[in-house]
Every structure is written in C-alpha cells, then in structure tokens.
Write a protein that binds this ligand. Structure first.
Ligand code: CMC
Length: 446
C-alpha cells in the first residue's frame, strides 16, 4: 500500500511573501518562470500545460494516481474536514441531522439544497412513497438468480435493469425527467434490496406498505411474514433511519466518483447508479461493514485480539473498519453509530462481538502503528454489529449502505450535469510502455 506523503517535494529557500494569490514556478529544465493563479486553495492542472522544454512537447501534467490530492469538481453538497472530524450536508452538521432529522428529509436537503417546508416534505414523501412498486417483470428477473447470489450483485443488476423499463430517463437535461427518476430511484432501491433478500431466503416478496415510514416500510418488505399489518419496532426503525442519514452522502468517495464519471457520458441515471453501487460493493468502500464482521468472527475472542493486531502491523491483514482517505481523526459517523449500537442492543440483546470490536479499538488507539498513521474507526466499524443484531445477514450490510447513498449519488450526478465546467470524464496517463516496434509473425515468436 502506498503512502500519500508528499516526499518528492523539495523545499527551496522561501522568499518573502508577496500577498498575491498566485504560485510562482521555475521550470529548472528551461529556467523559465511561470505565475499560476491560486483559487480556493487550488491551481488548475491545465495551467501547467504551457510548461514545456520544446514547443512540440505535450506540456506538464499533474500525476495523481487514485486522486489523492486532486479536486475533480467543485461542489456545494457535503463538507468534510478530515483533520477535525467534521461532516456537514449543505451546511448542517451530521450530529444535528442525526438527532433531529429523518432520512427522507435529509435526502431532500441533499438533493435540493435546503430543508423542506411542511408542504414540500409532504409532497416529497408522497412522491417517493408512490414510486416504491417495481414492475412485475423485475420479480421474474430476480427469480433467475441462484438462492445464494450476493444481494449486492442482484441490486446492481436490477438497478441497471430499471433503465430498460424507463426509457424516458435518457432525457437527462429535462428537470422534470430528472425529478421523476429521482422519485423512482429513492423509492425503488429499498424494494429491490428487500426483494433480493427475500429471494435469497426463498420467501415470497412482501409488497410496499404506503402507511409506513421509509425505513418502516423497508423493514416491512424484509421481515413481514404472516401478520396482516407489519408494525416495525420504533427503536429499530429510528436506528435504521439514523444510519441512513449518516450514509446519505460523503462527497467525492469512490462510488460518487463512479456516479459522476459514468454519468458524465450522459448515460441514464439507472445505469450510472448501477455503476456507483458496484463501486460501493468493494471491501475497501461500502463492503467494509461486511468485511468487519467477518474479521470479528475470525478473531473469535477478546484474547485473540493482540495476535490479530500483530498480523495487521506486519502487513498481513488490514484492520477492517479502520482508516480513511479523508478522516485523519475519529470519523464523526462512527461516534454516532457506536451510540446507536447500545440502543439496538437494549432491544435485541447485546451482540457478543462488540467486546472484540471494543478491544480492537482500545489497542489500536494506543498503538503507535495506528496512531502514527492516524488510523481511527470509520463508519463501517460498528454498523455491521448493529445490522447483525437487527437480524440482517452479513451479505445485506453493503446493501444497507447503498440504499441511503442513492440520494447522495443522484445529487452528485445532477450537480455534475448542471456544472458548465464539467465534460465527459477522461483522465490522462503517463505512458511507460514500448516505443513503436515491428510486428513479429507467430512462427518467429519464442
Ligand atoms: N489496517 C491497517 N493498516 C492500514 C489500514 C487498515 N485498515 N488502513 C490504512 N493502513 C495503513 C496503510 O497500510 C498505509 O501504511 P504505510 O504508510 O506503511 O504504507 C497507511 O496506513 C496509509 O494507508 P493508505 O492505504 O495509503 O490510505 P488510503 O487513503 O489509500 O486508504 C482506506 C483508505 C479506507 C482504503 C484504508 O484505510 C483501508 O483499506 N481501510 C480498511 C477498509 C475500510 O474500512 N474501508 C471503509 C472506509 S469508510 C466507508 C467508506 O467511505 O466507504
């Protein structure tokens, strides 16, 4: 794993400050000097292009594998200060939203920039609620999956399949069309997820119940059996709602970047959401909650934690649910999640794996390996324990991340579409392969 420390930067003698919002660059290959504007603490990579040795050269580029220090867009949706452990949606702190808001209200905030008034919230809830049904043909499609198919695979495929049911979604520069697809996506993601879960159990699908809240209805579609009316446990319903608020957006992470990047080709939002969901599936991103639980099960007991941490420090393993590209402090979401865990345990009984998790955290927060690399628990460290206690199988954990993140993906997609500076995503490369060479016929190759 590579470090992101800027080791190659050479500090030269600092002349006195001029107060100008510019960066002076001397190209030592030519001795030429350049002054590049600084705006919002960034320089434009294209301003490097005129820096050439010969006129026919391509010009200088930035080299930034994995975008560790490159802003690919400007955004007004989510603010993170990774050093201070701050997360805000549209200016509102995650702590306040988790305490006072609901997921459906937060989704509106993320998508439309402001908290809704009463009638806006009522309309929004109505429209999302009335787009929860899926076409009966999608059920047939789901039936084609093996009983042990991972629900993320089923979710990715069925979201992509929605594209074939709604060809009007291709009209991406029509605000009305975008609004309609937004209702559909936010409304149907829980239905697709719940149907995937029921398929894996071999149980009949449970249809949406419009009388219930967004999360209450999701629990209904997952867990209803013979009862005429499913009544979600209010503590579990609220716990899930808060978890959905915490997962709603996280600025330019891997899956949002996938959403923007794929969406920049002007494909419809269902295909772009399928791509984002696929990006989320990986164990370094939204699949980490599942990976954490598998790790805790593998560790098995509190006594085995020191030996496991030793394997992590030797580079043999990762401590899943620890570390973050942006947070170099305690992930503010993890703090809230830890608190919710105990509320859920009060209803469902304590998850025995919590002791192993707490011991991992205790050792890691004192150990120089983790302290020096500023590795703290991230949102995924405790969520799996909650989901398991609520009765979800491990394979459903990433799905529980994907459902609420859909609001963030759509907001990022729409912001990208409406940004006049954005074009189809197309990074450059540094080509280090062969120069032109002659084709060798097959019979002359070793
Ligand atoms: N366990 C052990 N060592 C780690 C871990 C970890 N979980 N995370 C980072 N490191 C080490 C890494 O080996 C490297 O060490 P060195 O400097 O000696 O090479 C150093 O810390 C910096 O790590 P990095 O891999 O360069 O950092 P990154 O920004 O590229 O990766 C990350 C961020 C989240 C992918 C990584 O921390 C990781 O793999 N964590 C475990 C998976 C995980 O929990 N992912 C969920 C992220 S939060 C939810 C989400 O947004 O999706």
């Amino acid at each position: 794993m590579s470090s992101t420390k800027p080791e190659s930067v050479i500090n030269v003698k600092t002349p006195s400050a001029t107060g100008r919002e510019t960066l002076s660059i001397t190209d030592n290959r030519t001795g030429r000097q350049y002054e590049v504007p600084i705006k919002n603490e960034t320089i434009r990579a294209l301003d490097l292009r005129p820096m050439k040795v010969n006129t026919e050269d391509f010009g200088l580029m930035g080299y930034d594998p994995a975008f560790t220090n490159t802003a690919s867009c400007s955004s007004k949706i989510t603010f993170i200060d990774g050093d201070k452990g701050i997360l805000r949606y549209r200016g509102y702190s995650i702590e306040e939203l988790a305490e006072k808001s609901t997921y459906i209200e937060t989704a509106y905030l993320i998508l439309y920039g402001e908290l809704p008034n009463k009638s806006e919230l009522a309309d929004w809830s109505y429209n999302v609620t009335h787009h929860t049904f899926i076409h009966e043909s999608i059920k047939k499609f789901l039936d084609g999956f093996h009983y042990d198919a991972h629900p993320m695979g089923m979710l990715i495929s069925t979201v992509a399949a929605l594209s074939t049911f709604y060809p009007d979604a291709k009209d991406i520069f029509n605000p009305e069309s975008r609004r309609k697809q937004t209702y559909r996506l936010i409304g149907k993601m829980p239905t697709l997820a719940a149907f995937a879960y029921r398929h894996s159990l071999g149980m009949p699908f449970a249809y949406p119940d419009n009388d219930l809240s967004y999360c209450g209805n999701f629990l209904n579609m997952l867990f209803r059996t013979t009862e005429l009316k499913y009544r979600p446990n209010p503590t579990l319903e609220r716990a899930l709602d808060i978890l959905f608020i915490l997962h709603a957006d996280h600025e330019q992470n891997c899956s949002s970047t996938a959403m923007r990047c794929v969406g920049s080709s002007h494909v419809d939002p269902y295909c772009a959401t399928a791509a984002a969901t696929a990006a989320l599936y990986g164990p370094l991103h939204g699949g980490a909650n599942e990976a954490v639980l598998r790790m805790l099960v593998e560790i098995g007991s509190v006594n085995n934690v020191p030996a496991y941490i030793k394997r992590v420090k030797s580079g043999e393993k990762l401590l899943m649910g620890f570390g973050h590209r942006v947070y170099k402090n305690y992930d503010p979401r993890a703090r809230i999640v830890k608190h919710i865990a105990y509320e859920v345990f009060d209803v469902m009984g304590k998850n025995p794996l919590i002791e192993i998790a707490l011991e991992c955290e205790r050792i890691a927060l004192e150990d120089d390996y983790f302290v020096s690399r500023r590795l703290y628990p991230n949102v995924d460290f405790y969520t799996g324990l909650i989901y398991q206690s609520m009765g979800f199988p491990m394979t459903m954990f990433p799905v529980l991340f994907a459902i609420p993140r859909t609001s963030g993906w759509i907001a990022q997609w729409e912001e990208m579409l409406l940004d006049p500076e954005q074009k189809i995503s197309r990074p450059r490369q540094v080509y280090l392969g062969h120069e032109l060479r002659d084709y060798t016929p097959l019979d002359r190759r070793d």
